[in-house]
Ligand binder design. Structure first.
Ligand code: MF3
Ligand code: CO
Length: 255
């Protein structure tokens, strides 16, 4: 069942999503060679508690041990911040932030680069962002949900990157994850018409090499099987009467 949000829900979602985006903007100045992912987690955690007056939704979610996910280079998603992982020149990383405020969830993630990174790393990040933006731009009531995956797949293929199939976007509101589940590739049988008041995330993960992944023994860290680089961007999006509104839009961000 897809929960259609009322005006009160939308007001609360706009607040928590805006704060989620603020954390991603705030942390940017700390991303440089020498900092540990543990430290980044700590800075985000304190900002979330003290400045946004929200709760980090990842902390304790299905036993997840930290406040944010930080996924470096060949880590696809759900990287656990730790003292041993120190950022170095040329790294690319995703920081995934989810907040709860007054029982409503916001969810967003983006890529950061450390110093000078390779051409292919830049192309991967740029293409993944383009996949997200292009799929957002088609959103309006009446279109089929599977158009989102179709749009992402077309751009990824054209650029020779593979799409991770095991994880998808999701409805979000008073639940962190709810229907509809949003595939990042074309699935003809996913036949859901978008309606005004739906809120969901789109969060494509693209790899330089093959799409195959595995999970580390820690039960969270997901990596590419072939050790190739992976990138992900995520926004929380509201379907409006005439189109869409990106609820987690950053300060200087334009879709
Ligand atoms: N933020 C992730 C998502 O996009 C969920 C991370 S779950 C965690 O749905 F427990 F790993 F944080
Ligand atoms: Co999400």
């Amino acid at each position: 069942m897809i929960i259609i949000k009322n005006n009160y829900d939308i007001k609360k979602m706009q607040i928590v999503c805006k704060l989620t985006a603020q954390v991603l903007d705030f942390i940017k100045k700390y991303i440089s060679a020498g900092i540990s992912t543990e430290k980044i987690n700590k800075i985000c955690h304190n900002y979330i508690i003290d400045q946004t007056h929200s709760i980090p939704a990842c902390l304790g979610y299905q036993g997840y041990p930290k406040s944010v996910c930080i996924s470096l280079n060949n880590v696809v998603c759900h990287g656990i911040p730790n003292k041993k992982t120190i950022l170095k020149n040329g790294d690319i990383l995703n920081i995934d932030i989810a907040l709860v405020k007054e029982n409503y969830f916001g969810d967003a993630s983006k890529m950061y680069t450390v110093g000078k990174c390779s051409k292919i790393a830049k192309k991967l990040c740029k293409t993944t962002l383009k996949c997200l933006y292009s799929s957002i731009k088609i959103i309006k009531p009446g279109i089929n949900l599977n158009e989102i995956g179709k749009t992402i797949e077309k751009i990824a293929k054209k650029n020779n990157f593979s799409i991770v199939k095991e994880y998808c976007g999701h409805g979000i509101g008073k639940n962190f994850h709810e229907e509809p589940y949003v595939l990042h590739y074309y699935e003809k049988n996913q036949n859901i018409k978008l309606q005004e008041g739906m809120i969901f995330t789109i969060e494509p993960m693209l790899n330089v090499g093959k799409r195959h992944i595995f999970r580390e023994k820690d039960n969270w860290t997901v990596k590419t099987r072939d050790k190739s680089l992976s990138a992900q961007y995520e926004h929380t999006i509201l379907v409006t009467k005439t189109g869409y509104k990106v609820l987690t839009l950053g300060k200087n961000e334009k879709i």
